[in-house]
Ligand binder design. Sequence first.
Ligand SMILES: *[C@@H]1O[C@H](CO)[C@@H](O)[C@H](O)[C@H]1NC(C)=O
Ligand SMILES: *[C@@H]1O[C@H](CO)[C@@H](O)[C@H](O)[C@H]1NC(C)=O
Ligand SMILES: *[C@@H]1O[C@H](CO)[C@@H](O)[C@H](O)[C@H]1NC(C)=O
Ligand SMILES: *[C@@H]1O[C@H](CO)[C@@H](O)[C@H](O)[C@H]1NC(C)=O
Ligand SMILES: *[C@@H]1O[C@H](CO)[C@@H](O)[C@H](O)[C@H]1NC(C)=O
Length: 380
Amino acid sequence: MYAQRMSGFPNYVNNSDGLPPPYTKSREPRSRSRWSPKAWTRKVTIGVVAIAAVLLAVIIIAAVLGSRANAYPDYSPLHYTLVDTYSGRTFFDNFNYFTGYDPTAGFVHYVPRETAMSEQYNLTYAGSDSAILRVDTSETAASTGRFSVRIESKKQYNSGLFVFDILNTPYGCSTWPALWLTDQSNWPERGEIDVVEAVNQASNGNQMTLHTSKGCKMDVKRKETGSSLTKNCWNETEGNAGCGVQGEQDTYGQGFNANGGGIYAMEWRTAGIRIWFFDRSNIPTDIPANLTNTSAPNPEGWGKPLADFPNTHCDIHNHFKNQSIIANIDLCGTWAGEASVYSKEDSCPGQCTDFVSNNAQAFETAYWEWKSFRVYTASD
Ligand SMILES: *[C@@H]1O[C@H](CO)[C@@H](O)[C@H](O)[C@H]1NC(C)=O
Ligand SMILES: *[C@@H]1O[C@H](CO)[C@@H](O)[C@H](O)[C@H]1NC(C)=O
Ligand SMILES: *[C@@H]1O[C@H](CO)[C@@H](O)[C@H](O)[C@H]1NC(C)=O
Ligand SMILES: *[C@@H]1O[C@H](CO)[C@@H](O)[C@H](O)[C@H]1NC(C)=O
Ligand SMILES: *[C@@H]1O[C@H](CO)[C@@H](O)[C@H](O)[C@H]1NC(C)=O
């Protein structure tokens, strides 16, 4: 296209005097002959118009690309109201216990509520100040997989501000713990929001990830302190890696636990999904410590989130619906148990499943402890 338009120019270069060939010579003084439109031949006029058109197109395209690169949603504050508090001795009453085969191929048996709550196993325990969910440490030869727990909230949500107050995160070779949201029976069409997730020794910090059906990308302007990983959230790309953001080391695991844990707050609204992390000593004053205080926080004053998933190239409203809050501790499976991760990246010993079978005591550090989960909603 471009070369064709350029050929509309007379070829002056080959003339020894550098002047137009004789037939284009005009009676106008030489100073005006080239620069006055009246003197242009039809070919020259077409050429100049074409160049102007190309320049205009380039300017418009640059402006459009520039404004696209700068596109960012309007996250102006919403007015939240507290709708659910998961805390105290009734913590687990608002969850179903998932007992099917592990959808992510882990070496684990997710036990029913009765087993988890039994004195013998005590895998979920709700005290007045905190709730615990852990992996079994009693079976010394768990040859078909170790007992663990996966809970899913009975209630489903379509947006909101979720404040997870966490005292302890599970870690250790073979573990794959997560605190996340999805609609398991409509995955990935209704989306998945992984708020807290790590594998094995979890020495790389927390990973926050979205998984979706086709048409959700994060190759856009974002305001976040974490490091973005792959940017296509569609489950059919990058082996279903999702679009992730990695936090610093102490956002999960040993360092996080030593600091007394902290708060993960996830805001899910039409404009986007944002996740903040606050360690125990830096919790914003508008998140009440007192659980009977229903005063709602306002993320506007919290500064940059750790992860930002704006709606610029992802219709958040349509990709995320009907989400249950899920917490579990998987073992091995399609992430923690992959040899490239388990042995290579995380330097864990032997085979993942052998390790799970034979090392009951290794799971002493594999427990979640939560102070509370609070959910606020707004008309969005
Ligand atoms: C269950 O675990 C909790 C928390 O660790 C503990 O306080 C409680 O005594 C345990 N119950 C039994 C029966 O072991
Ligand atoms: C919402 O999600 C739950 C849990 O996956 C599912 O049982 C239910 O059918 C879903 N609701 C609708 C309206 O699809
Ligand atoms: C992605 O989701 C589709 C359903 O929409 C499913 O058929 C497919 O197996 C999934 N692929 C991966 C890699 O998870
Ligand atoms: C409730 O919490 C908010 C935010 O922390 C605080 O400003 C307010 O004083 C508290 N209200 C009561 C009655 O303690
Ligand atoms: C918690 O707040 C409620 C009302 O907001 C108040 O009545 C109660 O005394 C507070 N508890 C503590 C331990 O401060």
